[in-house]
Design a protein around this ligand. Sequence first.
Ligand SMILES: [Zn+2]
Length: 202
Amino acid sequence: MNEFESTARSLVDAGRELYALGMVPATSGNLSARLGDDEIAITVSGAHKGKLDTNQIMRVDLNGASLDGRRPSAETLLHTGIYHRYPEVGVVLHPHSVNATVLSRLCGDWLVLQDYEILKAFPGIETHACTVNIPVFDNDQEIARLAAKVDACLADLDRAAGYLIRGHGFYTWGESMNDALRHVEAFEFLFDCEMQIRGKRQ
Ligand SMILES: [Zn+2]
């Protein structure tokens, strides 16, 4: 198996896992992984993430341009932005969970996470006694404009493991697939806690 095939296989497996958790319903969401220095592998537009096949994983360059003639997801620039900003990141995952969708409508421009033991799932956090500010961006069908806003915000954050898009979902990433999946789980747990605190239990 070459690097593309093994990377595509890891994205297919992650899609099934996230679909089973209800995070990528009705062809929503997208998943990507870095391939070498200047390419990424990403799910094609419109694919059902629970029934992915490796031929639904395509290659794009770091500017989001297709390298194999197929149409990438509309949100590809949100993935490439993360790979540009964080050279150590190897995987970017974008779920559309109910908690992320609803919670992002209930908070302002930041979700403040404080004094949660599970924050230690994120890199560089060794104690619950900290505050993590998660940016919340208004949804925008003009992805280049949204990607520019996201990047300007991330540039000012010391460390960031993810962000929310209002009424839409969230983005998170990690050095490896296991790291990125752990961040999805940790965020979803935290979103659930915050929903319950707000009395909006799902
Ligand atoms: Zn999306």
